[in-house]
Design a protein around this ligand. Structure first.
Ligand code: CA
Length: 653
């Protein structure tokens, strides 16, 4: 309170800032006039600049805006401005000149590189048939199977069979095939059986220059510019600002038609620019947390962190997810570094989406890159997940319990037979809930369960971050043969897909894609990031296995109970005589399953182990990297069951 007094007063000031009822109405077009509005409560003047085109040298018409009591500046500009571009400039008390141009904080259509807004009506962007587009049916979050993809990873390979390489439209192409005549693209996803795709940032981000579509550029896109507009580099053109919007909708509609829901990766926790971001240009000092010395707080590790606890930013996030859910029919949201946001905001997001459709998914990363500048007890961290019902969090306990810690790519864990990781894997199998048979003191990261319900945990072994699983297996088991690598992969995915959490797979892992050992490929070239589709044939065993696991999960509700009490009642870990063995049974007609008992065994030892089971005849559903639900693999008799080295086994009675 002594040092940096002026900053404390800034922090207090924002409480007094009026917040308008709506932030998402910065431009409302009609043929007779266009209404402009920008929220800038501390400004002493504000203007809208209207341009005939998107060219840098275009001379604007400048219209002064009038201040309203809710902190917005508005004007109704007579005439038909359809097809024009616009931006705002504001001047604050103490400013010597107007601040830089900004397209506003809630622009919905933009020109190239998102510098200017575009005047048109959103309804013009609807593709044919959009009115009848519907979310595919879904009963429970427990039924989800998430496939995380980047547009370029998915369709840049010349053997992908998709024509719209690296574009939204690639996901609209039907019946495409690889050079080996195997299903690719959307058909591949249908064949695999996933229920959701989770697309890496697809809002307008800053690190790819949209004006150079012929220059190969790659970025994951965790650098937000305009939160409420699709990214231009994934559109066929940015010369027409409606194209990116229309093509995004076409993508959603095609996925829905294929029975697949779409989750958007949203990055409200930080922005690409700070001083020159639209948020800071229109409402300086409001949207970001600042340290006492005046520097930007940086819980994101990307130069700044936003302040979701402040009413206007909380409202912004809620209006933004509503915009995507309603305008674009988006079915779910994955919050990047959700631990930077406050719990109340996340619960408000859940509530707002429940009002639209309670089956819209909300999940996120329950951590930050470093400590956010806010009260720990109020942050949407994994350890606070129990305070956010209906919101899911990535479970890194099982992920690292299987593959090894995220800090060291050479460190192996359960998969390569490192003992001591069993409880971390078991923690993931039950979905991070309380279970009487888990010794939480031996779990790697969490010494207490953090989920109220198992669907609050996302079950995974690999995602876009860190090494993908094939690379990690190579790194931690460098002497493993190709067959052993496949075997360890299948064991990892067995844990993921038979977990009571929400299973999640990184695009291409099902054909054991690699990234040539690159740990952080966020701006690596396509040669590192692209899924090599020829591997679908080469790694048919892996693909068939993952597909089989998905079928298994769909056919047996016992693997997706969706309720913590049910899991505690029906799922029991079996005694095992060896380290590096995990065995569990789900029984008692769990989830109404017709199978009385399902048994899953993971043996990461380099030797066959014996497991004591009831003396009866079991049908083998999975064994030695093969899954067959019809019973063709055969049966085995209880008593002592032999589980081959480095494999998973699934039995049914
Ligand atoms: Ca962009």
């Amino acid at each position: 309170m002594l040092a940096g007094l002026s900053l404390s007063s800034v922090a207090q000031d924002y409480q007094q800032w009026p917040v308008p009822a709506q932030l998402d109405n910065e431009m409302c077009y009609s043929p007779k006039s266009t209404h402009f509005s920008v929220w800038s409560p501390m400004a002493k003047s504000a203007s809208v600049y209207i341009y005939k085109n998107d060219e840098a040298g275009c001379k604007p018409k400048v219209v002064k805006l009038r201040k309203m009591s809710d902190g917005t500046w508005q004007a109704d500009v007579k005439g038909n401005w359809h097809g024009y571009y616009y931006d705002f400039r504001v001047m604050l008390q103490g400013d010597k000149e107007e601040r830089l141009h900004s397209p506003g904080i809630f622009v919905k259509m933009v020109g190239t590189n998102g510098k200017r807004g575009y005047v048109a009506d959103m309804s013009e962007t609807n593709p044919e048939g959009w009115e009848s587009d519907k979310r595919p049916p879904m009963k429970s979050f427990a039924d989800m199977i998430v496939y995380e993809l980047h547009h370029r990873d998915f369709s840049m390979d010349t053997e992908s069979g998709m024509k719209n390489s690296g574009k939204f439209l690639a996901l609209t192409e039907e019946n495409t095939v690889t050079s080996d005549s195997l299903a690719s693209g959307l058909s591949h996803l249908k064949e695999l059986g996933v229920t959701h795709i989770q697309i890496l940032p697809s809002y307008d981000y800053g690190s790819v220059d949209e004006s150079k579509p012929d220059v190969p550029q790659y970025n994951w896109g965790y650098d937000p510019m305009n939160y409420n507009v699709p990214e231009g580099s994934y559109a066929t053109t940015t010369a027409d600002p409606t194209a990116r919007v229309r093509e995004f909708k076409q993508m959603v509609m095609a996925c829905h038609k294929a029975g697949i829901r779409v989750i958007l990766d949203v990055v409200y926790n930080h922005t690409y620019n700070t001083t020159n971001s639209p948020l800071e240009l229109t409402a300086p000092g409001y949207f970001y947390r600042k340290n006492a010395d005046g520097t930007w707080a940086n819980g994101s590790g990307c130069g700044n962190e936003t302040a979701s606890e402040r009413p206007a930013y909380r409202q912004f996030i809620i209006e933004s997810v509503r915009h995507w859910a309603e305008e674009y029919h988006i079915d779910g949201f994955r919050f990047d570094l959700m631990g930077i946001h406050d719990i109340e905001t996340m619960n408000e997001v859940r509530k707002a989406l429940d009002e639209i459709d309670p089956t819209i998914y909300v999940g996120g990363e329950g951590w930050a890159a470093s400590s956010p500048l806010y009260d720990d007890a109020k942050l949407a961290m994994k350890s606070n997940a129990y305070l956010m019902p209906g919101i899911s969090v990535f479970g890194d306990e099982m992920r690292d319990g299987l593959r090894g810690g995220w800090q060291n790519d050479a460190e192996g864990a359960f998969l390569v037979g490192e003992p001591g990781n069993e409880e971390s894997v078991k923690f993931g199998i039950v979905g991070a809930i309380e279970h009487p048979q888990i010794d939480y003191s031996k779990v790697n990261y969490s010494k207490v369960p953090w989920a109220l319900q198992p669907t609050q945990m996302i079950s995974y072994v690999s995602c876009h971050d860190d090494m993908c699983i094939a690379d990690r297996i190579k790194s931690t088991a460098p002497k493993a043969s190709r067959d052993e690598q496949i075997s360890l992969f299948c064991m990892a995915q067995t844990a993921v897909f038979t977990s009571q959490g929400i299973p999640f797979i990184f695009a291409g892992d099902e054909m054991m894609r690699n990234k040539k050992g690159v740990h952080n490929s966020f701006e690596s070239p396509d040669s590192i990031n692209t899924i090599p589709w020829h591997q679908k044939k080469e790694y048919k065993v892996a693909f068939d296995y993952v597909r089989g696991l998905i079928q298994l999960r769909k056919e047996h509700p016992a693997f997706r109970l969706g309720n913590a009490d049910e899991v505690r009642k029906h799922l029991a870990f079996l005694p095992v005589g060896e380290k590096n063995v995990i065995a569990y049974k789900i029984s008692g007609h769990a989830g109404g399953d017709s199978a009385e008992e399902l048994i899953v065994v993971l043996n990461s030892n380099k030797k066959t182990v014996e497991l004591e089971l009831d003396n009866k005849e079991y049908t083998i559903l999975a064994m030695e990297n093969r899954i067959d639900l019809s019973g063709k693999i055969g049966t085995c008799l209880g008593g002592k069951v032999r589980v081959p080295a480095q494999t998973a086994m699934i039995l049914k009675f």
